[in-house]
Design a binder for this molecule. Structure first.
Ligand SMILES: [Fe+2]
Ligand SMILES: [Fe+2]
Length: 380
């Protein structure tokens, strides 16, 4: 096997950026959360409200346990492919999943006071996904780690498990707990776990995008897998609502599905973009292709913000907008410089950090005497 000890780490790569972020933000301890107030608040919910919260917590606990158990084959796959940066990130990923399992178990034990078996909350669709399809896809990597098999595994783990279902679940928790300031310890843990999940999904999406770019056939595999999993995925949400005549917390099935699918649509769009970039002719990249490359790069840099691109009336300036921040790139830059050169210049000018600061800022990237320059309105 080829070894990489001799080369340095690519600290600016997506997995290494996520790895460094995980060390800073992912180092939280579920045991350190104060849950006394939560235990008192628990008694203030109605019977139905408690049932909804217990059901969701039990499902999260079971899902996190599966995600912890089934991640290792992916780690072994990247080791086999000699992707050291991805391996480093995946060590944080795995330990975070372990913490999520511990976190939800602690809520069940100390807040809901349910130390027994909660399997009764697992519906047929939930079992199919988390006890059959997820383990089969992940453990299958041990025997077959082809790009198609990796794509199948990631669609299941990232897009469906952490994505649609994870997002739907967090949405329900937010709707239930955000008003009234109840369960502060639980809410804090949810916030931290959710931030971990954002990194996991960014990595999964990064890996899927690479697989899509490396082989056209992978796209068909992703689509096929998504079609295969969608009925069970929606089934999990529908079956969650089924036992209740009137759902508490103002929750409706349609709103939850709509929320989760909207998040999913954003991820799907970024995969489609990765596919478009891979298909675009490499010989003479057009300004359009460069805009796509820059947008994809920015998306990875400023995650989880969404990057919207627009052109001004004169067609001379392209605006990449991320929340209250914006990067303006002149058409001249896009016509004269290949995307890697533009990205290198933006990196040299610390543009990603400045956009990540999230303070409203407007940066302009233009061409001066044949060179790429980045200006901000406030000098110095
Ligand atoms: Fe997790
Ligand atoms: Fe995760």
């Amino acid at each position: 096997m080829k070894r990489t000890e001799r080369r340095t780490l690519r600290h600016d790569s997506v997995p290494m950026r996520l790895y460094h972020e995980a060390k800073r933000l992912g180092a939280w301890d579920p045991r350190a959360l104060a849950l006394d107030q939560d235990a008192r608040d628990w008694a203030r919910f109605t019977v139905t409200e408690r049932d909804v919260l217990l059901r969701l917590t039990a499902l999260f606990q079971a899902a996190e346990e599966s995600m912890t158990r089934d991640l290792l084959p992916l780690l072994m796959t990247v080791v086999r492919e000699d992707r050291l940066e991805e391996e480093l990130f995946l060590t944080t990923f795995l330990s975070e999943e372990a913490k999520h399992t511990e976190f939800f178990r602690r809520i069940l034990d100390e807040v809901c006071r349910q130390s027994g078996d909660l399997e009764r909350y697992q519906t047929p669709s939930f079992r199919k996904l988390f006890s059959e399809k997820l383990p089969a896809a992940m453990r299958g990597l041990l025997a077959d780690a082809s790009p198609a098999a990796q794509a199948q595994a990631l669609v299941t783990y990232t897009l469906v498990g952490e994505g649609v279902l994870g997002e739907a679940g967090y949405h329900v928790f937010t709707a239930a707990l955000e008003h009234g300031g109840l369960m502060p310890g639980f809410r804090e843990g949810l916030r931290l776990a959710r931030a971990d999940e954002d990194r996991h999904m960014a990595y999964g999406l990064h890996l899927l995008s690479r697989l899509v770019a490396e082989g056209e056939a992978v796209w068909g595999v992703i689509q096929g897998r998504m079609d295969d999993l969608l009925p069970d995925t929606l089934g999990v949400v529908t079956e969650f609502f089924q036992p209740y005549d009137a759902m508490p917390f103002g929750l409706t099935l349609d709103a939850v599905i709509e929320y989760a699918m909207e998040k999913f649509a954003g991820r799907w769009a970024s995969l489609e973009e990765a596919r478009e970039r891979a298909r675009a002719p490499r010989a003479a990249p057009t300004p359009e292709a460069r805009v796509r490359d820059i947008r994809a790069w920015l998306g990875e840099q400023v995650r989880p913000a969404h990057v919207a691109v627009s052109m001004d009336g004169t067609g001379k300036i392209r605006t990449f907008r991320m929340g209250s921040t914006a990067l303006l790139v002149t058409q001249e830059v896009l016509e004269h410089h290949p995307a890697p050169e533009i990205i290198a210049a933006l990196t040299a000018h610390a543009v990603p950090q400045r956009l990540r600061d999230q303070a409203p800022v407007r940066l302009t990237c233009l061409r001066v005497h044949g060179r790429i320059v980045v200006q901000s309105p406030d000098p110095g």
